[in-house]
Write a protein that binds this ligand. Structure first.
Ligand SMILES: *Cc1c(COP(=O)(O)O)cnc(C)c1O
Length: 478
C-alpha cells in the first residue's frame, strides 16, 4: 500500500502523534533562546509556501519540518517566558493534552442528545469553577442560571446583550427585531471594544453605546455619571438595556465599583453584565475577590481561563443568573434536531446558549487543568504572577527615569518614562525589536504608557529581571 495516499494507519498515527508531542516539548524547551516577537516582514512567511496544495500526499514529517523552517521564525511566541504584552494567553501541558483528547473524541456537542457527556461534563466543570471563584449559587446549573464555555469573551458579551434585549423587549426582539425603540447600552471609556462590537452586531448600532467617563486616578467608571446618564435616557424615553462593568479593564486593569453600579441598576431592570475576562480568574484566591463584591446582583459574568488560568485558547467561561433569558433569546428548533430528550425538558441543549450551533468538547481542557493543578495549584499560579508584578512595580519605583501610571492591579503593571510619550514608546519598541521581551502599550489620560502583564506559566523572576534590564538599557538610549 502507498502509505502517503490514504489515512494514517493506527500505528502511523501513534508514531506521528508521539513525534508531534515531542515537537511541542522541544519547541517549549527552545523558547528561552528565541526572540519573543516575530522578526519577519509582511509576506516573508507566505513567500516560502507553495502556491497550491500538493496533488499527492506528503509524509507527515514534512509538515513538522516546515513548522521548524517556516512557521517558528514567523511566530510571536505567546508561551515564551518573557511574553508580557496584551494579556498573555497562557497554556499548560495539562490543557494541551485535554485539548488533544477533545479533538480525538471529535464529538459535536450541539445538543445533549448528540453526546450527553459533552454537555454534562461541561455543566459540572462550570459548577465547580463557579464555586471556585466564589460566584453566586444562582449561576450554578442546579439553580435558575448556569454556565457555558464560549469561544471568547467577545461572544459572551454579545450573548449577554442578546439576552438583555430579549428580557427588556418582553420577547419582541427575537420576533420583530429591535424595532424603533432607542435602546441604550452603558460602559466606561475603558470598556472593552467588544461592547461596541456587540451593539453593532445586535443591530443597535454603535451610537447606542453611551460611554461613561472614568475617575482619572483609578480609571474606574464614574458611577454618578452613569446614574445621570441612565436617568436622562429614561426621561427622554430611551430604553436602557444593559450596563457593562469592567472587572479589570484591558488597558490598566481598572476595576469598576460593581456593588455601586448594581445599586444604580437595581429596580430599573437593566441587565448587569460583568466583564472580568482577564481578572476574574484571580478569584480562585479568596484574597482576590474584593473586586467582585456585588456580583450577586449580576445577570451575567464572563472570565477567560484562556488568559491567565493555564487553559489553552479558546476557553471563555460565561454564566447567567436566569438561563431563560438566554435561551429565550437564542433557542430555535429545526425539525432535524427534534428529539425525546429535548422534549422532556430534562436536559440542557447548549446550542441555545451561543450564536453558533456546533460546539466542541472544550470542557475537557478546563477539566484537565482543574484536576491536575487542583485549586491549590491554580492559586499558586495566580499568586506567583501577582508577586512578580509586585517585583516589577518595585523596580519601576526604584528607577528615577520611570514612574507608575496607575497602581498595579493583580499581575499588570502600567508605567512610563518620565521623559515623555515619545521616549516611552521608543524604549518599548527597542525592547520588542531586540526580541529580549515583549511588551505592549496603552494611553492613560491621553499619555502613552507601557503595560507589563505577567501571566505565562513559564515566567520566573529571572525573566522579569531580564525584561527590566532591557528596558533600562533602552531608557538610556531613548
Ligand atoms: C481580553 C479581553 C476581552 C476580549 O477577550 P476575547 O476572549 O479575546 O474576546 C474582553 N474584555 C476584557 C476586559 C479583556 O481583557
Amino acid at each position: 500500500m502507498d502509505e502517503h495516499a490514504a489515512h494514517m494507519t493506527p500505528e502511523e498515527f501513534r508514531r506521528h502523534g508521539h513525534a508531534a508531542i515531542d515537537w511541542i516539548a522541544d519547541y517549549w524547551a527552545s523558547l528561552d533562546e528565541l526572540p519573543v516577537r516575530a522578526q519577519v516582514a509582511p509576506g516573508d512567511v507566505r513567500r516560502q509556501l507553495p502556491a497550491t496544495a500538493p496533488e499527492d500526499g506528503e509524509p507527515f514529517e514534512a509538515l513538522l519540518d516546515d513548522l521548524d523552517r517556516i512557521v517558528v521564525p514567523g511566530l510571536t511566541h505567546w508561551q515564551h517566558p518573557r511574553f508580557f504584552a496584551y494579556f498573555p494567553a497562557n497554556s499548560s501541558p495539562a490543557a494541551i493534552l485535554g485539548d488533544l483528547l477533545s479533538s480525538g473524541i471529535g464529538a459535536q456537542g450541539m445538543i445533549w442528545a448528540t453526546s450527553p457527556a459533552v454537555t454534562e461534563v461541561e455543566q459540572v466543570v462550570l459548577d465547580w469553577f463557579a464555586d471556585a471563584l466564589g460566584l453566586p449559587a444562582a449561576f450554578r446549573s442546579d439553580g435558575p442560571g448556569g454556565g457555558v464555555i464560549q469561544d471568547t469573551a467577545s461572544t459572551a458579551t454579545f450573548t449577554a446583550l442578546l439576552s438583555a434585549l430579549h428580557r427588556a423587549s418582553g420577547g419582541e426582539a427575537r420576533v420583530g427585531g429591535v424595532g424603533d425603540a432607542q435602546w441604550r447600552v452603558y460602559g466606561s471609556t475603558q470598556a472593552h471594544s467588544s461592547l461596541v462590537k456587540a451593539a453593532m452586531m445586535a443591530g443597535l448600532g454603535e451610537d447606542a453605546v453611551r460611554t461613561i467617563d472614568v475617575d482619572p486616578a483609578t480609571q474606574a467608571i464614574d458611577v454618578d455619571a452613569l446614574r445621570d446618564a441612565i436617568v436622562e435616557d429614561v426621561e427622554a424615553g430611551r430604553r436602557p438595556v444593559m450596563v457593562h462593568v469592567a472587572a479589570g479593564s484591558t488597558s490598566t486593569g481598572a476595576m469598576d465599583d460593581l456593588a455601586a453600579v448594581a445599586e444604580v441598576v437595581r429596580e430599573r431592570g437593566v441587565w448587569l453584565h460583568v466583564d472580568a475576562a482577564w481578572a476574574g480568574v484571580a478569584a480562585v484566591c479568596p484574597e482576590h475577590r474584593e473586586h467582585l463584591a456585588g456580583v450577586e446582583a449580576a445577570d451575567s459574568f464572563v472570565t477567560n481561563p484562556h488568559k491567565w488560568l493555564l487553559t489553552t485558547f479558546d476557553c471563555s467561561t460565561f454564566w447567567v443568573r436566569d438561563r431563560d433569558a438566554l435561551t429565550g433569546a437564542l433557542s430555535i428548533l429545526p425539525e432535524y434536531l427534534r428529539n425525546a430528550a429535548t422534549e422532556s425538558g430534562e436536559v440542557v441543549d447548549y446550542r441555545d446558549w451561543h450564536p453558533q450551533l456546533g460546539r466542541r468538547f472544550r470542557a475537557v481542557k478546563l477539566w484537565a487543568v482543574l484536576r491536575t493543578y487542583g485549586l491549590s495549584g491554580l492559586r499558586e499560579h495566580i499568586r506567583s504572577g501577582i508577586a512578580l508584578a509586585g517585583h516589577v512595580a518595585d523596580l519601576v519605583a526604584a528607577d528615577d527615569r520611570f514612574e507608575l501610571v496607575t497602581e498595579p492591579v493583580l499581575s499588570l503593571v502600567v508605567f512610563r518614562l518620565r521623559a515623555g510619550d515619545e521616549q516611552t514608546l521608543a524604549a518599548m519598541e527597542a525592547v520588542n525589536a531586540s526580541g529580549e521581551a515583549y511588551l505592549s502599550h496603552t494611553t492613560v489620560n491621553g499619555r502613552a504608557a507601557i503595560r507589563l502583564a505577567v501571566g505565562s506559566w513559564r515566567t520566573t523572576r529571572h525573566d522579569v529581571d531580564r525584561a527590566w534590564r532591557a528596558l533600562q538599557e533602552a531608557a538610556t538610549q531613548a
